[in-house]
Design a binder for this molecule. Sequence first.
Ligand code: FA5
Length: 342
Amino acid sequence: MERFKSNLLSTKKTFSSALASISTLQELTALEATFLEKNGLIAQLLQEFKALSPENKRSCGTEFNAFREEIRTAIDAKKNALLLSPVNNRIQSRPIDVTAYKSEPKGSLHPETLAIQELENILITMGFQLAEGPELEQEWYNFDALNIPATHPARDMQDTFWVPQPHHLLRTHTSSVQIRAMQQQRPPLAISAIGRVYRCEATDACHDYMFLQCEGLVIDKNISLANLFATIKTLLQKLFHNNTLQIRVRPSYFPFVEPGVEIDLTCPFCSSGCPTCKRSRWIEICGAGLVHPNVLRAANINPQEWSGFAFGFGLTRLIMLKYGIDDIRHLHSAKIEFLQQF
Ligand code: FA5
């Protein structure tokens, strides 16, 4: 037993001094093999331990087992220290200044997105269901079903981007969604569609070839112009956060409504005339009217039983008004100075 104890002690000393002199992972792997491999120093000690009497085993066993544990733990700790040392060296040679990093510039939502989100919330609280239709549209939905047959002069009112596919175009207005909604849903219904529309037009401060429209369609029994006017007024008052705004109605012509009207809003920015309202105190907002019986028939709805109103406003123009944007072309200019204001 004395021999085992002295071998154990000298192995301990050898291990501590060997470990202290190690400075690379390769050296550590070699040390691990010397001590822990099948025929290593610990295995040799184990053979000697096995030859001891049970009584001697009891007296030396605890110390021997503790040493075996110690070796494992010390080698693992050294391995971690060696792996981390290049990182630590780098940190020491180039200390991190946590104040040196400025926070990333934050993005913001595009004014169109902001307005669409707000308008959708208003429409939903007023009882409208949001509807959608494709921007690459069929001629029938954009024109024919809306009481605008091929020979109708009203087709010239909206310059159309035709696409090479026969009878397909980029929709010129969101009124095409009216027909799709009526095909999908039987009346009574109240739907609204917000989306991009396209017109083959020269651009200026108020006209773009792509802009947003917002369509509204209500079909029910005994719908009147009074329902239309009350709805538009409430919607605009909510959008501009101003309950005193009033509307004015002028007769107009759209083939899909009868009678057709254009609706103006009192200028939200002045009471006696300003550049925005061109000193008239009124701003033109939308086209609207009572749904034409031919449109109801195109969607298989009986005009004797049902009636409805529809409106469509140029949402991009409203966004310009709401945010005081003087040129429609800023909206898609991708100018960071412009976008940063929102
Ligand atoms: C229409 O598009 C009809 N579909 C509206 C409608 C719906 C009438 C339902 C009746 C019933 P209009 O072509 O006038 O109508 O366009 C509606 C609005 O879109 C205009 O009042 C204007 O605000 C906006 N708008 C028209 N052209 C442009 C353009 N090039 N750029 C920006 N906004 C435009």
